[in-house]
Design a protein around this ligand. Structure first.
Ligand code: ADE
Length: 257
């Protein structure tokens, strides 16, 4: 899969994406990342890429023309059609489900805004989708682009060493949070590993993990439980977790009825 980054700091995004799983996926030929700097396609001595907003107000807005020229150069370099994503806090939230859909595309172009934003006409004409990585404001789209690349790249077949690990992640499949994990030593000053994980009984381990997943989701992200398709067995596991938790703590977590 191919990523094209349109940014005033394309190397910054490519560098973050050059490490770990994403870097390895690149080495394995599963993806390539190409940077495009609109300043290289800006006109004039000053290579201007932004201007003041009409109507007044603070900050600068990125100009249409350097971005159009950059997109044209990006398309000329490879004729394969690109799905163009603009990263901004006004976009729809990036979810694991959307990351999985994006992972099936052959080519994604990521437009990173700086300053107050990008001229709306360019967005209307050129952008297929606007995505946000959360309800907070970053000073530019670059970190959001790196986040998206990471979330999508690790889903490429062959990117992860253990093919199982993507399926077990939080939000995968059933939309629940992941269960807790433990490794050696069994006993430590910080506590013991839960005995069930040492039992060798795979059915009981699966049962415990499912219950922890349900319980954590209830405690930390009850909104996800509304969307999750829970079986009768899940509801029983969650009920038991709740009862145990309430007996130990005495009151429900914030927001739980
Ligand atoms: N650019 C600035 N803030 C952002 C956010 N929260 N998500 C995506 N892009 C952004």
């Amino acid at each position: 899969m191919r990523f094209d980054i349109l940014s005033l700091f394309p190397d910054f995004v490519a560098q973050i994406a050059g490490h770990g799983v994403v870097g390895r996926a690149g080495e394995r030929g599963l993806l390539s990342i190409h940077g495009w700097n609109p300043r290289d396609w800006a006109e004039g001595n000053y290579r201007r890429v932004d201007d003041r907003p009409f109507g007044g107000g603070p900050g600068m807005v990125m100009l249409i023309e350097p971005l159009q020229a950059t997109l044209a150069a990006m398309r000329a370099a490879d004729p394969a059609p690109a799905h163009v994503i603009y990263l901004s806090p006004q976009g729809r939230p990036l979810t694991q489900a959307r990351a999985r859909e994006l992972a099936a595309l052959p080519r994604i172009a990521l437009l990173c805004g700086r300053y107050e934003g990008v001229d709306e006409r360019l967005l209307q004409a050129e952008v297929d989708e606007e995505l946000s990585i959360g309800d907070y404001v970053l000073s530019g789209g670059e970190l959001a682009a790196a986040v998206l690349i990471d979330a999508v790249a690790r889903l490429q077949d062959g990117a992860l060493n253990d093919a199982e690990s993507a399926v077990q992640d939080s939000f995968e499949g059933d939309g629940l949070l992941d269960c807790p994990h433990y490794t050696r030593p069994v006993e430590h000053a910080l506590g013991k590993v839960p005995a069930v994980l040492l039992s060798g009984n795979h059915a009981e381990i699966a049962h415990w993990r499912r219950q922890q997943s349900l319980g954590r989701t209830w405690l930390r992200r009850p909104d996800l439980l509304d969307e999750a398709a829970l079986s009768k067995a899940d509801r029983k596991l969650l009920e038991a977790f709740r009862a145990q938790w309430l007996a130990a703590v005495g009151e429900p977590p914030d927001g739980d009825a």
